[in-house]
Design a protein around this ligand. Structure first.
Ligand SMILES: Nc1nc2c(c(=O)[nH]1)N[C@H]1C(S)=C(S)[C@@H](COP(=O)(O)OP(=O)(O)OC[C@H]3O[C@@H](n4cnc5c(=O)[nH]c(N)nc54)[C@H](O)[C@@H]3O)O[C@H]1N2
Ligand SMILES: Nc1nc2c(c(=O)[nH]1)N[C@H]1C(S)=C(S)[C@@H](COP(=O)(O)OP(=O)(O)OC[C@H]3O[C@@H](n4cnc5c(=O)[nH]c(N)nc54)[C@H](O)[C@@H]3O)O[C@H]1N2
Ligand SMILES: [Mo]
Length: 768
């Protein structure tokens, strides 16, 4: 067994650029998965884990929220990046008290995220006492007591905030929110706030539920699939097999993206012979190289063209029966969209009129259309309006609640959707809170709590002084790194429930605690029996996840055990909620969920069916819309887009092929042709020249943020190599989290409050 982590460092700036790839997956992907696994886990553990991945009796892949095809799980249903996610967690390397005695927090702070993540699994509860230089071990009871004491000492429960990342199981999320509400606050920032909040906000208003309306079979049987603002080749690789099947069934796919992402243009399925030896399948029939933030204009422009086509040939474009029976607000919306200026649409999108017409023609020809999207749409100032307009475009043709059609927000974290269903929501609806109160005899607070950005502001301003995180890496995932770090340092206590070492352990409050938890791959023997948990995927399917590996340390506890243990320390053992029973038998938690959360009736039985079960989705199932009007709403949205200021670039921050959010697996981005480093900025070659630079030059990035009273606030991120890349003029791209110091805390999407990570005004500055 390896202990003590890895000492050697690597030059993380030895960057080689070789030009972007035009296909994704194939043989290199298989080799990379196996190598990564063996390196971290050893051969036996590699075979055992990868063969249990996403199988009916195995564990849910912690990589992404893409679903399994029901009834079709085949052997080796994993992808290169799923394998990396698993290897990252199932590693045999571990770091315990010796490691923390050998490395001060100051020293660890100098290390890169890549280095931190490579050290291994956390094994012991650790505490950093006020003024101390090193973390020291603390036993579980003392750690939980310390946290409970700090929480009880607060003047108000609202002085605490509880973050959730999206890997937390349904069972752990349910008891976590129950503990937080029993304590008395709704301060539940979560990674959804940073991710698909814009989707939830828009869909809730348009169709009455914040979730996608399609299934895998819908995608496979669609006529037309638009994929906007998403890079599935890297972030949802198993989606490519579904798209391939859809294409074999006759679907057209249109990719809408500023970048020609490899998976969208060509895909080699590593699990099929033709993928291994051939050229692969071209996934996208059409590629609309849109400018950053141009999507809302595109959707409105297309809607106008469709209305005009209907005028020319009435009864051929719109689904007038659907609009009449199921929708509200059509006339006002149609009036608005007819006035959209098509020249503005062309300027905003950077597309040609011919491209616009061809896309409109494709929509008109299609009887079954699906729009898929991810962060390229949500993390924009006008993200909610953009998604709302995508939904309007589908509604006008009745593309909702029928096979092969609908909205498909592709979620990120493997259980981010389930966590929300379980009540991890700073503004959970009254129906949920009332059911919770009835079940447990508690009085859940009704005041809305803080979301992620509000939680940072509250810590910055001293309104929150205890911060606890169930997974994730808050300080690296959130915007405005300098402000967020200072906010966390102001806290009296920060608590991280984690599997791996990350930046958030190094930027803590006066006291900082690390609680090491089991992950998805680990066997969970809480209470002396084998426990299973459940998750909900991007398409509302709920199924079991059962880890099979022996945990690397006997000191690890499950997230459920940690929450229930803390609740007992906080409320005593004769509390209304049976915390100890919950921890001893997760079936008890599921029984409670069955009574509180709609759609979970008979949970324990149904989740043990081979494919689990699918939650109800009224628009999908019966064209029923629980909105204020009782109908699907056409929503009028003012048009926004992103003109590029003179001498500036608009920067999007995205994922490389070798990372999972803030976890850096490696320093390569194979599909984009970058090797050996992450501090690169992709720019149009003419923008590089115009700014007076050459390819390969090293620059500092300076973001500019207008202040309300006039003037401009600047933020800096140092030393990025210029990489010429086929991105639209005026649009640049670089990796997150290195670029998070550039994102102003107040730069958020209207209504969803999601940080605008995909549109930051920057200038390139010569390194001094
Ligand atoms: N391997 C791996 N898998 C992951 C993750 C990971 O980090 N690694 N993260 C998980 C999580 S939490 C999430 S949320 C998802 C993220 O999945 P994605 O949303 O695919 O992730 P990003 O890398 O942020 O990519 C955004 C894509 O949108 C495009 N884009 C940016 N701005 C715009 C725009 O204005 N308009 C349009 N049309 N396109 C735009 C970018 O060029 C890029 O292709 O992936 C999940 N899966
Ligand atoms: N600039 C910019 N910023 C962004 C984004 C962007 O595109 N651009 N994307 C945003 C998005 S979409 C998201 S979802 C967030 C992601 O934000 P987070 O979810 O907060 O970040 P992750 O990097 O996924 O968290 C990784 C850490 O989670 C812990 N972990 C992993 N598995 C488990 C587990 O099973 N249990 C527990 N307790 N801990 C575990 C490990 O310690 C690991 O270090 O980042 C957001 N930030
Ligand atoms: Mo995400």
């Amino acid at each position: 067994m390896e202990t003590g982590g890895i000492e050697q460092d690597i030059d993380e700036n030895d960057i080689v650029v070789s030009g972007e790839k035009t296909y994704a997956a194939g043989v290199p992907a298989v080799l990379v998965s196996l190598r990564r696994g063996v390196e971290q886990m050893g051969a036996v553990r590699t075979v055992r884990t990868l063969s249990a991945l996403n199988q009916r009796t195995g564990f849910d892949c912690p990589g992404c929220a893409w679903p399994e095809t029901p009834g079709h799980r085949k052997h080796a249903e994993f992808c290169e990046n799923g394998a990396k996610a698993v290897a990252e967690e199932a590693t045999k390397r571990q770091i315990g008290p010796d490691f923390f005695a050998a490395h001060s927090v100051a020293e660890l702070s100098e290390r890169t995220d890549y280095w931190l993540g490579r050290q291994g699994r956390l094994t012991h509860p650790m505490v950093l006492r006020p003024g101390a230089t090193h973390y020291e071990p603390i036993d579980w009871d003392a750690a939980l007591q310390l946290i409970a004491d700090e929480l009880r000492a607060l003047a108000s429960p609202d002085e605490a905030a509880f973050y959730t990342s999206g890997r937390t199981s349904n069972e752990a999320a349910f008891v976590y929110q129950l503990m937080i509400r029993s304590f008395g606050t709704n301060n539940m920032p979560d990674c959804s706030n940073l991710c698909h909040e814009s989707s939830g906000t828009a869909l809730q208003e348009s169709i009455g539920i914040g979730k996608g309306s399609v299934s895998v079979p819908d995608l496979e049987n669609a006529d037309l699939i638009l994929i906007a603002g998403q890079n599935p080749g890297t972030n949802h690789p198993r989606m490519l097999s579904v798209l391939e099947k859809a294409k074999a069934n006759g679907a057209s796919v249109i990719a809408i993206n500023p970048l020609p992402e490899a998976g969208l243009l060509r895909f080699k399925d590593p699990q099929k012979v033709h993928g291994v030896i051939g050229d692969g399948v071209v996934i996208a029939d059409d590629f609309l190289q849109i400018r950053l933030g141009g999507d809302q204009a595109l959707f409105q422009g297309l809607a106008r063209l469709l209305l005009e086509a209907e005028d020319r040939a009435p009864g051929t474009v719109l689904d007038t029966a659907f609009i009449a029976d199921h929708c509200a607000g059509f006339d006002a919306w149609a009036d608005h969209v007819r006035r959209v200026d098509l020249d503005t649409v062309l300027a905003a999108t950077g597309l040609t009129r011919a491209q616009l017409d061809a896309t409109a023609a494709a929509l008109i020809a299609s009887k079954k259309t699906i729009i898929c999207w991810a962060m390229g749409l949500t993390q924009q100032t006008h993200g909610v309006a953009t998604i709302s307009d995508a939904t309007n475009l589908l509604l006008m043709q009745g593309m909702m609640g029928k096979p092969g059609a609908g909205v498909c927000p592709v979620r990120g974290h493997s259980n981010v959707q389930g966590d929300r269903t379980m009540g991890i929501w700073e503004k959970a609806p009254e129906t949920f809170l009332a059911a919770l109160d009835t079940e447990f005899g508690i009085s859940s607070p009704r005041r809305h709590g803080y979301d992620a950005v509000e939680a940072i502001r509250a810590m910055r301003d001293g309104r929150v002084s205890v911060f606890m995180a169930m997974g994730g890496n808050f300080v690296a995932a959130t915007p405005d790194t300098e402000v967020t770090e200072a906010a966390l340092r102001r806290c009296s206590l920060t608590v991280q429930v984690s599997t791996k070492l990350n930046r958030s352990h190094l930027v803590g409050g006066r006291t900082a605690v690390i609680l090491p938890s089991l992950g998805r791959t680990d066997k969970d023997r809480t209470g002396g029996r084998t426990q299973v948990v459940s998750v909900e995927d991007s398409m509302s399917a709920v199924h079991l996840s059962r880890g099979g590996l022996t945990p690397v340390s006997e000191h690890l506890r499950s997230e459920v055990a940690i929450v229930c243990g803390l609740a007992v320390a906080l409320f005593g053992s004769d509390h209304r909620v049976p915390w100890a029973e919950f921890a001893a038998d997760y079936d008890r938690i599921r029984d409670a969920i069955a009574r509180v959360v709609p759609g979970f009736g008979d949970f324990n039985r149904r989740v043990r069916e081979p494919d689990g079960f699918v939650l109800p989705h009224p628009p999908r199932d019966e064209r029923r819309f629980a909105t204020a009007t009782g109908k699907a709403n056409f929503v009028v949205n003012e048009l926004h887009w992103l003109p590029v200021p003179q001498g500036r670039l608009i920067l999007q921050t995205m994922r490389s092929h070798d990372q999972y959010n803030t976890t850096i697996y490696g320093l390569d981005d194979r599909y984009r042709g970058v090797k050996g480093g992450r501090r690169v900025v992709f720019c149009h070659p003419d923008d590089i020249t115009e700014a007076g630079f050459r390819a390969g030059d090293r620059v500092d990035l300076v973001s500019e943020w207008p202040l309300p009273g006039g003037g401009v606030e600047e933020r800096h991120a140092a030393d990025f190599r210029l990489v010429p890349y086929p991105t639209p003029r005026g649009n640049a791209a670089a990796y997150y989290p290195e670029t998070n110091p550039l994102v102003p805390l107040d730069h958020v999407a209207r209504r969803s409050n999601t940080p605008v990570s995909k549109a930051i005004t920057v200038r390139l500055q010569r390194r001094s």
